[in-house]
Design a protein around this ligand. Sequence first.
Ligand code: ASP
Length: 481
Amino acid sequence: MKKMALHWKIIIGMALGVLWALLSSTMGWSQFTINWIDPFGTIFINLLKLIAVPLVLFSIISGVANIGEPSSLGRMGGKTLGIYLLTTIMAISLGLLLVNMIAPGKLIDEQSRIDNRISYEIWADSEGLEIKDGVNYLKDPEFFERAQEISELSKTELQDAAVADKMKTVNNRKEATPLQPLVDIVPSNFFYSLSNNGLMLQIIFFALFFGVCLLFIPSEKSAPVLKLVDGINEVFLKMVDVVMQAAPFFVFALLAGVVSKMAGDDIGKVVEIFKGLSWYSLTVLIGLLLMIFVVYPIILKFFVKKIPYTGFFKSMSPAQTLAFSTSSSAATLPVTMECVEQNLGVNKKISSFVLPIGATVNMDGTSLYQAVAVIFLAQMHMIDLTIGQQITVVLTATLASIGSAAVPSAGLVMLIIVLNSVGLNPAWIAIIFPVDRILDMFRTVVNVTGDATVCSIIADGENMLEYREHENPTETFDLDS
Ligand code: ASP
């Protein structure tokens, strides 16, 4: 009998997870789900992350060292970063276009927007910021009393533990010098970097450094090291195969946990949460879907004629479904690598170099969402951002997406920086917080799809792409293979 493709099993797992959450919320079993089912979802993400860090390390070292020529490495590195940057800027521009056209923040009633504006001005006043555009409602005594009430409100918002936590992380960064991001990439103790999943860029730096130096030592010395690295790499890839056998069950637990935490014992809550933010969510979703189904396929059609539209999705579907259920491109990386190598036919030399870097620095979905979120929040506070400010959004969203760790909710944390850059209140992340986890699932799919697209372009440019039509390309995860 023909085996069911893995991505279908994962999709069924997800659907059952949501159904279970709905059932447990109506029956009042949410606490049971959170206590006894959700932990398996966490175990799954931990397992994948456990593999991701060493895999990034060893695959970049082997990728770099196997290239053989330092000059071709430089060319490929430049191309990779250039195309990653280009797709990110395209994604942000698309986000800005959509949010300016749909204007979801303006669809909120006028009075709430005026109230929001007042609370913004109180905040800006307390921060010593000057409000250049628009009317100063604070000058109007009639609004004053109301405004104070609202400022109390935003203070309580600020006390929201989850948000305050995120603010603290970013405030630490704010105090640093402009070159701090560069300083942060260079580890002073590599073993410390290995112990922290948020320090992936340091691991990439070390791996590149190590790989390049391996190219410059005599081959009788480098050959055994390279063999060892390649062997270890294989072990980690096997670990992915093993973990993926249980993915449908783990994904069931993951989704049941996420939805149960949102709904508690009142399923109506999820609907309520989405109602208030429906236009915003819709704008982000339209942008993300356009990226997946229109922008990337057009780019591929243009640069990599070999890969057909449906072939690309068939090949990438295990990685895409996993990205959706884990909301982490780092956790998905091992599977992305398998899909790109075995299904799209990208040579390992390219994928092991391009994909780990992409998972860390190329986040088109995250940057698109950040652009939409900032403009939406400004709109709902009656603040029109100028073209200059929107260009600042493009720049900071690009940097913020590069700086976002490839883990759930990282994009939300980095949104604080984008809000800060145009003088908006970073505590507003509390407003979009309720729907963020769900949108995170979609933007992670875009992040992963973007990495695979760029990887195919680079491979094709280097004549290292051999796409073949597979009958069932998703059955790469086979314990017997
Ligand atoms: N979860 C996203 C990722 O891992 C990052 C984010 O946007 O929060 O790619």
